[in-house]
Design a protein around this ligand. Structure first.
Ligand code: WTA
Length: 655
């Protein structure tokens, strides 16, 4: 997508797998090759064996029933199996692990932390489940969860799973409008929130946001409010109630609803290249199995390990690798409310020392930000417990990889650079620590059962060393099943560009060793600090402002965020382009969508480059934003080629 970053992301270094990693790991190179081959050649047998890692009340006899054929897209795994995700994450561990810590919660304030045992988790989840049941929430009902990173977020998700309700977690950084949109789309009648969130010492008015969202969305009968900061909030007696009060009058026992493997487990909204966010739907059996299996093999998770994934439960990484994967494996998982730079740049490493974390999984944007602060804040901590490091969310540039490896991990800990998506449910391309030689910047090789294909613009499958668009040729159990309420959109988005394959939206290179290097999105999605943003969403927010006539949004390389948001804005006739207006527009989008969508740069553009038929030529806008005016390509098809000269001349933030 952009040359500068692609150049940087090429590194010739190879790190061999030291003997001590292989000795400990579940899989060495020979075993990887053998298991991978079998996962493809005897797929049904392979996955039938893997299904035994879960506890089923009716074990599946049918394994895979999937079709990527045009007009017949259908994905079913283990379709006659019956199980419950909460039972698999909690109850089945109780005989052995009742007193083992399930969740370590570390607050935003470093003096706050607590350990929640599997027994306590069971009791808290049952209470939350009973509170929901008392409000008539049952199998198939949608529950919107808008909570900060507090234990109640885990209780709420697992409580839904326990009673068969479908959770839709909305990241607590989203605006009331974004929340309202998501409530409306899945028509949830109940919202679980808190008085306020707390991040880096700053308060986030969650309950106020819910009030505004519910007023807009309508149809909400109940708002459950967790008291977190204790700030007084408005309570509507007909609709709102305090969680603790309701939980006091229910028992700590609640039966698990038997769920078919293909019954929905959750909806998670994600940005696409067009229109409104899509409700990605995951079902119970295949998702849980894939989350559990990848968590074990990719992180080489062993009994007793302390595992920390720094994501937020509002994103898929939090679903699969804070909650479902680790808990299905009976692990101790750390849940962190705060941010990497509060109260100091050493926070991550201090938390690692405090809780003796062995496995640490974070995003390149955090690594780059911490790297900028130098080695000192890292080196003053011990990090002796660390055994494995992980990266997710965006391509990691080799400089950041090397720093993570040498400074944070002291060359002791392998880095697993895991490529996957909300849609894939779990990790698809990744090193396995005891098996895979590492190359900084490469996600390396496919996980079991995953068949990556690189295709050219016409869909021709390219062999050997090559680059193009990344597709997956065969279904895997963690694959999303549909877009909630819109199966046609599911087919259109993922299966219409290239026939008979799932199209990821990512560009990719394969090197001579068969290693995969993800180069970034090839559609109109940008990845800002590991968060997916549809450029169309930011554009429609901008044009909703009364002074804006037209807007086009693209990504540009940003040292910390990976990509920043670059907006070209054409103002209404007679409106003055001022610094003030620039600030006003940034604040407008921030309020409309949420802070993660704030444009980093706004260029006032008297005209946008359009074809004669009126289509905006984004390729040109991207090149200008990337400061590559010499590679604009052919501009002769433009209706007015002169606009380009003006745009280049007034590019923001010239290097
Ligand atoms: C990008 C997050 C390179 C990619 C789990 C993908 C990555 C999008 C990597 C999905 C990685 C994720 N290397 N790029 N290791 N991991 N991506 O849905 O562009 O929030 O399509 O899921 O993030 O983002 P999502």
């Amino acid at each position: 997508m952009n040359n500068r970053r692609q150049e940087k992301s090429v590194s010739d270094k190879i790190y061999d797998v030291p003997a001590e990693w292989t000795t400990r790991a579940f899989v060495d190179d020979a075993k990887y090759n053998e298991m991978y081959a079998r996962s493809i050649s005897h797929s049904n047998g392979f996955w039938a064996e893997q299904a035994k890692r879960l506890n089923w009340s009716h074990a599946p006899t049918k394994i895979e029933n999937t079709s990527f054929a045009p007009g017949k897209i259908s994905i079913k795994w283990f379709e006659d199996g019956v199980l419950n995700a909460a039972y698999n994450c909690i109850d089945r561990h109780l005989p052995k692990r009742a007193n083992q810590t399930a969740i370590i919660w570390e607050g935003d304030d470093p003096s706050q932390s607590k350990h929640i045992s599997y027994q306590e988790l069971h009791d808290e989840v049952c209470k939350m489940a009973n509170v929901l049941r008392n409000r008539n929430v049952g199998k198939g009902d949608r529950v919107t969860i808008y909570l900060p990173m507090i234990p109640e977020a885990a209780y709420a998700m697992l409580a839904c799973a326990r009673i068969g309700a479908v959770h839709s977690v909305v990241f607590a950084g989203f605006s009331p409008d974004s929340l309202a949109q998501r409530i409306t789309d899945c028509q949830s009648k109940i919202i679980i929130t808190a008085d306020e969130g707390l991040r880096g010492g700053k308060k986030v008015p969650l309950k106020n946001n819910v009030d505004a969202a519910v007023a807009k969305a309508g149809g909400v009968d109940w708002v459950v409010v967790v008291k977190h900061t204790g700030t007084p909030v408005n309570m509507d007696p007909a609709r709102d109630f305090w969680y603790r009060e309701a939980a006091e009058v229910v028992t700590t026992e609640c039966p698990c609803e038997p769920m078919n493997a293909e019954d929905p487990l959750f909806i998670l909204y994600t940005s696409g290249s067009t229109g409104q966010p899509k409700g990605v739907l995951h079902t119970t059996g295949g998702y849980l199995l894939f989350a559990s299996m990848t968590h074990q093999y990719v992180f080489d998770y062993h009994e007793g390990d302390i595992y920390w994934c720094t994501a937020d439960v509002g994103w898929v990484t939090g679903h699969s690798y804070i909650l479902y994967g680790p808990l299905a494996n009976g692990a101790t998982t750390l849940m962190f409310e705060g941010v990497p730079n509060y109260p100091s740049m050493s926070r991550f490493w201090e938390v690692i020392d405090k809780h003796k974390v062995n496995i640490f999984y974070t995003a390149p944007t955090a690594i780059r930000a911490l790297m900028q602060a130098g080695d000192e804040p890292v080196k003053k901590t011990s990090r002796k417990s660390l055994r494995l490091l992980g990266s997710v969310g965006e391509p990691i540039n080799p400089e950041a990889w090397e720093w993570y490896y040498h400074v944070v991990g002291e060359a002791r800990a392998p880095i697993v650079d895991t490529w996957w998506q909300t849609e894939t449910g779990g990790i698809l391309i990744t090193p396995l620590p005891g098996a895979t030689k590492l190359k900084p910047g490469s996600a390396t090789r496919p996980f079991f059962g995953v068949v990556p294909e690189i295709v050219d613009a016409d869909g021709k499958v390219l062999d050997g060393e090559t680059s193009g668009n990344l597709c997956i040729a065969k279904s895997w159990p963690g694959q999303m099943r549909t877009v909630y309420g819109d199966h046609a959109r599911f087919e259109q988005t993922y299966f219409s560009t290239y026939k008979n394959k799932y199209f990821t939206g990512d560009g990719c290179r394969r090197d001579a060793d068969g290693y995969y290097w993800i180069t970034g999105r090839v559609d109109d999605v940008i990845n800002v600090s590991g968060h997916r943003m549809g450029t169309a969403e930011v554009e429609s927010s901008l044009v909703a402002h009364e002074k804006v006539s037209e807007a086009a949004v693209v990504g540009y390389p940003h040292d910390i965020k990976g990509q920043g948001i670059y907006a070209y804005v054409t103002l209404m006739n007679g409106v003055e382009p001022t610094e003030e207006l620039r600030k006003e527009l940034v604040a407008w989008v921030r309020k409309d969508i949420g802070p993660i969508a704030s444009p980093d740069l706004i260029q006032f553009a008297p005209g946008l480059p359009k074809t004669r038929s009126g289509k905006i030529m984004r390729r040109i806008l991207r090149k200008i934003a990337e400061d590559e005016p010499s590679s604009l390509g052919d501009t002769s098809t433009l209706a007015d080629p002169a606009v380009v000269t003006d745009l280049v001349e007034h590019r923001q933030n010239k290097r």
